[in-house]
Write a protein that binds this ligand. Structure first.
Ligand SMILES: C[S@@+](CC[C@H](N)C(=O)[O-])C[C@H]1O[C@@H](n2cnc3c(N)ncnc32)[C@H](O)[C@@H]1O
Length: 220
């Protein structure tokens, strides 16, 4: 029985945004000259220091919020280093409620628009990247605010690894799948069937009786 009161996504879009592929094509042929925010540069330098000479498996938990998922991922991948990244100080500061004794993960407050660009310049290569419940921006006019409608998405993809995205808005993930297919990457979309919610947002949506979806890239 659903007990929560989280409302389902309302959108004026009837299908995949018609300008999406044009946007991605434009980003493929342009260079991002936006200056890097000094706070994110500092955060990136701290993460680099924490990584030291690490050349083992690296996993990013993008938009990690309070980092509940970062902990779970770190526990599931004890031989990897896991970095949870979120721009909200308020959320990252709440991590102490979810923290565990586990030394293979780090949480950092940073803007992913800049963090991915710095990681790309430093030639990071990930084995996996998570993106769980990104802000949907469901109005048609907001397409460029969605990660896959922004130039930053190409920086994220350049970091490599299996992609695992979750959303309560199926169309968001269908759009990501269309962009990835355009770039030659096959994906699989399923509903989330975990016993335990992976994040607070997932718990909230499931408590409200909403279906949560997961998109994964498929290896060749
Ligand atoms: C809906 S919340 C989901 C949080 C968490 N993954 C969860 O499921 O509980 C979306 C998160 O994306 C973060 N976010 C949005 N834009 C960002 C950006 N440019 N850089 C880093 N994090 C960002 C927000 O701060 C927020 O915590």
């Amino acid at each position: 029985m659903a007990q929560g009161n989280s409302r389902a996504i309302m959108t004026n879009q009837t299908g995949v945004h018609e300008k999406l592929i044009d946007l991605v094509s434009k980003y493929l042929h342009s260079v991002n000259h936006r200056p890097i925010n000094s706070h994110t540069q500092e955060a990136f330098d701290n993460v680099r220091e924490w990584l030291g000479e690490w050349d083992g498996d690296l996993i990013l938990d993008n938009c990690c919020g309070v980092g509940a998922s970062t902990v779970k991922i770190a526990q599931q991948h004890p031989h990897a280093k896991v970095i949870g990244i979120d721009k909200s100080a308020q959320r990252v500061d709440k991590h102490s409620h979810y923290a565990v004794r586990q030394d293979n993960y780090m949480l950092v407050r940073a803007d992913l628009n800049d963090f991915w660009r710095l990681a790309r310049q430093a030639q990071w290569q990930c084995v996996k990247q998570y993106m769980l419940y990104p802000n949907p921006y469901p109005k048609s006019t907001q397409v460029q605010k969605r990660w896959h409608g922004s130039p930053a998405f190409l920086d994220m993809l350049a970091l490599g690894g299996e992609l695992i995205l979750r959303s309560n808005w199926r169309l968001y993930l269908e759009e990501v799948a269309v962009v990835l297919a355009h770039l030659g990457q096959a994906t699989q979309l399923n509903d989330v069937a975990d016993d335990e919610p992976m994040t607070p947002f997932e718990a909230k949506y499931q408590n409200s009786g909403q279906v949560c979806w997961e998109l994964r890239t498929m290896s060749d």
